[in-house]
Design a protein around this ligand. Structure first.
Ligand SMILES: O=C[C@H](O)COP(=O)(O)O
Length: 256
């Protein structure tokens, strides 16, 4: 079985202010010193990308990579309020999120837009974390696998097997995000195994299926990280609330 390097991301969402973002970036990058152990990235709010980038580059040679929570897929033009991939790359961003459940369900992003964004980011040479996951209603209706397979196949339509080297999947059951309810390690493992199956037999091939990294997201914290991360198909975490405290985030990284 392929060795997959653990990958842990901090998604700060719409939290922190300038000083807090800078301090958090400083503490995370000072505390993460072993790049062989895991790939680590943080996604601050847009206005704080520059101060965060400065703090990350001051410590341990940018071991903690800079990520962006959002972007628009067009290169430039009349798109009021939007930020392009080139602008983000200018600031040192190397990873972007697509399909996060808050963008799907709160902001209203469609599968078509998520796919356009995923393709554009891969084309630009960025690492893409495609987030997928079912709502509670969908889970209770027995549609968990159906929803995850559909979000995978819409989100990755047109992506080549070669490009999959730059794709990470984040499985985030919507009912577990920010709620304190975590999927049990067994439930999470089942979903991750299914996702790997779809990538292997439904969409790509064995190489892609075995090498793609699948993060779990949804109330992951130091107390449950080890058990989740020890499941065979869970390769890391996409962390929201617990990423806002450097000690908690680093404890999750160290649990991997
Ligand atoms: O992007 C992160 C996920 O939405 C998880 O958020 P959470 O750890 O606050 O549940």
């Amino acid at each position: 079985m392929a060795e997959r390097k653990t990958i842990v991301g901090g998604n700060w969402k719409m939290n922190t202010n300038r000083a807090e973002a800078s301090d958090l970036a400083g503490a995370v990058s000072e505390g993460f010193t072993n790049g062989d152990q895991a790939d680590v990235f943080v996604c601050p709010p847009f206005p704080y990308l520059i101060p965060v980038a400065e703090r990350l580059s001051a410590n341990n040679g940018n071991l903690v990579q800079l990520g962006a929570q959002n972007f628009y897929h067009e290169p430039n033009g009349a798109f009021t309020g939007e930020v392009s991939l080139a602008m983000l790359q200018d600031l040192g961003v190397s990873t972007v999120l697509t399909g996060h459940s808050e963008r799907r369900h709160v902001i209203g992003e469609t599968d078509v837009l998520i796919n356009e964004k995923t393709l554009a980011a891969l084309e630009a040479g960025l690492q893409v974390v495609l987030c997928i996951g079912e709502t509670l209603e969908q889970r209770e209706a027995g549609k968990t696998n159906f929803v995850n397979a559909a979000q995978l196949s819409y989100g990755l339509a047109g992506v080549t097997a070669e490009q999959m080297a730059d794709v990470v999947i984040a499985y985030e059951p919507v009912w577990a995000i920010g709620t304190g309810k975590t999927a049990t390690p067994e439930d999470a493992q089942k979903a991750h195994q299914f996702i790997r199956e779809v990538l292997t037999h439904g969409m790509f091939n064995e190489t892609v299926g075995q090498s793609v990294r699948i993060q779990y997201g949804g109330s992951m914290k130091p107390a449950n990280a080890k058990e989740l991360l020890s499941q065979p198909d869970i390769d890391g975490g996409l962390i929201g609330g617990a990423a806002l405290k450097a000690d908690d985030f680093l404890a999750i990284v160290n649990a991997g």
